[in-house]
Design a protein around this ligand. Structure first.
Ligand SMILES: [Zn+2]
Length: 285
């Protein structure tokens, strides 16, 4: 991740975290404020990008909003189309499939801890990897792949404003990110693309699909990146799980101790309720 993207993330994250902190102080759970859901350092556009087919979820609040961003103006209403419906899982139709996604790594401190928790609970997840971080820590990408997790291209530099930039730039970010991950783990497929901050555009979805990557959204966002506190993260994922959810966590971009702690509670909780861990669906967009 570039220093500039880090600055952007932190600036946005700090502002939203401050608001969420006020809400928390007022006794309101963070996840009841979807309009403020700058997940992953993005604007609320991320929720819209993720909400394909999940309009019933209280956390897919973006579906009712148009971002108005220049990158999506021609097809704002169509943004959710073609985004992988995480909730579909791969399988049985029981409604008890869940896909865990882990974004923004690899990180030398947190990725090994997340991998260990997943291993302990026999959970396979999808890791959305930032290309420049894969360049820096290729051994961690190999560790992720070696544990049987799926790999997702999270762009080269994690520029959450890339949807406002030229298509050529978006293409470079997507393809460079994929190449950086592939270089770290030759021969391992990168099967998904998730726009940083959910900043998808019709063009970026098409570029990803043309290169064998399913555009990947999410349907449950516990906002672990904002460090809302362990109870908030856990309650966000325990309450009102949509049908076949895809849940967004982070192993990079900051202190992820709350994420690790939340996974330790959350994964056995899901297992006890009969959930099966799957990868997001990869049907044709
Ligand atoms: Zn991200």
């Amino acid at each position: 991740m570039t220093s500039s993207s880090v600055r952007r993330r932190r600036a946005g994250s700090a502002a939203v975290a401050a608001v969420l902190g006020l809400l928390a102080a007022a006794g309101a759970p963070a996840f009841t404020a979807p309009a403020l859901a700058a997940t992953d350092g993005s604007t609320d556009r991320s929720s819209a990008a993720a909400s394909s087919g999940s309009s019933g979820s209280s956390r897919s609040a973006g579906a009712s909003r148009s971002s108005g961003s220049s990158g999506s103006a021609p097809g704002a209403a169509a943004i959710p189309q073609g985004i992988s419906r995480l909730a579909q899982g791969s399988g049985s139709g029981s409604g008890r499939d869940i896909a865990i996604t882990i974004d923004d790594g690899p990180d030398p401190r947190w990725t090994p801890q997340v991998l260990q928790v997943l291993r302990q609970h026999h959970v396979k997840a999808t890791f959305c990897i930032v290309g420049t971080r894969a360049q820096k820590y290729p051994e961690l990408v190999r560790a992720v792949a070696a544990d049987g997790h799926q790999l997702c291209d999270h762009s080269a530099d994690h520029d959450v404003t890339m949807d406002h930039k030229p298509v050529a730039y978006q293409q470079q970010q997507i393809l460079d990110g994929k190449a950086m991950i592939e270089k770290a783990v030759p021969g391992v497929a990168v099967t998904y693309y998730r726009a940083p901050g959910g900043a998808f555009t019709p063009a970026s979805r098409a570029i990803a699909a043309a290169n064998g990557m399913r555009p990947l959204g999410w349907s449950v966002d516990p906002k672990d990146w904002s460090r809302p506190g362990l109870p908030a993260i856990v309650s966000a994922v325990e309450n009102e799980l949509p049908e076949r959810p895809t849940v967004l966590f982070h192993d990079g971009g900051g202190d992820r101790s709350e994420t690790v702690a939340a996974l330790k509670q959350y994964l056995p909780w899901l297992t006890a309720r009969g959930y099966t861990f799957t990868f997001p669906a990869r049907t044709t967009p």
